[in-house]
Design a protein around this ligand. Structure first.
Ligand SMILES: [Ca+2]
Ligand SMILES: [Ca+2]
Ligand SMILES: [Ca+2]
Length: 177
């Protein structure tokens, strides 16, 4: 696996561990879902419900595939086995990516403004400076907006452990506290 991808796997684990207790559990996904939803005040209930469902599905898939000792929590060691067969997570990550991007586009015009992007990404736990750089890497329009489709691809690539040299590598800097 490429170095960038290895760093991303660790960063994703740390981000998913929303309560910071060192293991992934169902509660982490509920906590992150509520933070993300709070960061999207203009979105409708359907978009918010889809986001919550996507987070729950994310946890259900991860735990079903990776919780080898069946204790309801994933250690980093268990989690990192996701790199062995990333394709098993594609549908779940795709659903997550589309739900997240939809939250960032409440008016449905297919474009996301920088402040909405920043709010959602910071709610997930990414560093502000890194998020800013990522937005620039997505080549925003003159009025500083990024296509939803660009972001969806970016999220999918980011959560794919076998990708490298992608815009999301800008997020692999210092971890948010
Ligand atoms: Ca946790
Ligand atoms: Ca376990
Ligand atoms: Ca929009």
């Amino acid at each position: 696996m490429r170095t960038e991808a290895t760093k991303r796997v660790k960063l994703v684990f740390d981000l998913l561990d929303a309560d910071g207790n060192g293991v992934l559990e169902s509660d982490d996904f509920d906590l992150m879902a509520s933070r993300v939803i709070d960061a999207a005040p203009d979105s409708d209930e359907a978009a918010k419900d889809a986001m919550v469902a996507a987070f729950r599905r994310y946890w259900a898939t991860l735990s079903a595939e990776l919780d080898v000792d069946n204790d309801g929590r994933l250690t980093f060691e268990e989690y990192s086995a996701c790199v062995l067969s990333p394709e098993r997570f594609d549908p779940t990550v795709g659903d997550f990516a589309e739900s997240l991007a939809a939250l960032g586009d409440p008016d449905g015009d297919g474009l996301i403004e920088r402040p909405a992007f920043m709010a959602l990404m910071e709610a997930i736990g990414f560093e502000r400076a890194n998020v800013d750089t990522l937005f620039d890497a997505f080549e925003p329009t003159e009025d500083d907006r990024v296509k939803v489709t660009t972001w969806v691809v970016g999220i999918k690539d980011y959560y794919s452990p076998d990708k490298s040299g992608i815009p999301g590598d800008h997020l692999v800097g210092t971890k948010a506290a």
